[in-house]
Ligand binder design. Structure first.
Ligand code: OGA
Ligand code: NI
Length: 333
């Protein structure tokens, strides 16, 4: 297909990496990470019966960090384990089997197997391959992008999607109450039950120079919220007070990122988090973010109940599809 997968490049890169993967000194993780400190992003127990306490914790985390981890979230650990098992198995298939799901070069859709999404500063490449497909709602699903191999891929992904609703509803309810809105208003502003869950699998092969390369460069997610599960290889970093830190890996937690759409609807009270991912010398890192997004034709803007003369809107209202188009096609500063 003429596209070089990072997984293939990694197979013949034993000591060095191709020049296009070497980040500038402003980005190299070895030079820009605060060493010796692991960022303890807030950990929130979603099963706590004291809802006010949970709301306060989520408001604090979303305003000051844009990121938190949730435990006792109600998704069975076995469901998460099975999601990871089949995703890993897909990436371990021979190249021609994966290429059957490749995104076609001219395609407008984000779905499929691929190597690069965003144009990057100075033409640099990220050390990662990915697979994107929607997992919810059923009317939005294109099964052509769901691997048929391993055979349990579909069942395991459907089970994960089904269990996600509880967490998604709980998070939006708390985010909503925390702004003084009714419990359902934040979710409604994002399209209610028409919200789309877009799964991405990031496959970061082992890399001989993790000090020079990045798996994903610094960005905020365009989604409303992102719910991510990683394998057990640490690599996620968050930017806090202008410095980059490793995010602590907590077994069985879900990592929640506040995305741009929640920042917009909250009129800036909640912040989307600047984050990036490192790669590892000895181990393959894999992560499974689910981008919980408004439907593409829904217009999203600051919630009318949150704007008044004293609090003018800080963001333009835009259809979600238009927001994504503008962000992806923006010439990098
Ligand atoms: C992403 C992302 C981080 C990770 O894919 O948007 O931020 O830990 N991934 O893989
Ligand atoms: Ni991200």
């Amino acid at each position: 297909m003429g596209v070089e997968r990072v997984q293939e490049i990694a197979n013949f890169s034993k000591e060095t990496i191709p020049e296009e993967f070497i980040r500038t000194t402003y980005e190299q993780p070895a030079l820009t990470t605060v060493q010796g400190t692991v960022l303890e992003v807030p950990v929130i127990d979603l099963s706590d019966p004291d809802e006010e306490k949970v709301v306060r914790a989520i408001v604090d985390a979303s305003s000051n960090w844009g990121m938190f981890q949730v435990v006792n979230h109600g998704i069975p650990h076995e469901t998460v384990r099975k999601l990871k098992e089949v995703g890993k198995a897909f990436f371990e298939l021979p190249p021609h089997e994966k290429e059957a799901y490749a995104k076609s070069p001219g395609s407008q859709s984000i779905e499929g197997y691929g190597t690069k999404l965003q144009r990057e500063v100075e033409g640099k490449k990220a050390w990662v391959d990915h697979l994107f497909h929607k997992i919810w709602p059923p009317s939005e699903i294109n099964y052509q992008f769901w691997p048929k191999n391993p055979p349990s891929y579909r069942k395991n992904n459907e089970e994960y999607a089904k269990h996600m609703h509880g967490v998604v509803n709980k998070l939006f309810r708390c985010l909503s109450l925390g702004l003084g809105l009714e419990g359902n208003e934040m979710k409604e502003a994002m399209g209610g039950d028409n919200m789309v869950y877009l799964l991405k699998i990031n496959y970061y092969p082992q890399c001989p120079r993790p000090d020079l390369a990045l798996g994903v460069p610094a960005h905020t997610d365009m989604s409303a919220i992102t719910i991510l599960v990683p394998n057990d290889v640490q690599g996620l970093q968050a930017c806090k007070d202008d410095h980059w830190y490793d995010v602590e890996y907590i077994p069985n937690a879900l990592i929640v990122h506040i995305g741009d759409q929640v920042e917009i609807v909250s009129n800036g009270k909640y912040k989307s988090v600047l984050h990036r991912a490192k790669v590892n010398k000895e181990k393959t890192r894999i992560s499974w973010p689910v981008f919980v997004e408004p439907p593409s034709d829904l217009e999203v803007g600051p919630h009318p109940k949150l704007v008044n003369e004293a609090n003018p809107p800080q963001f333009e209202s835009k259809k979600y599809s238009q927001y994504c188009f503008c962000k992806l096609n923006k010439t990098p500063k």
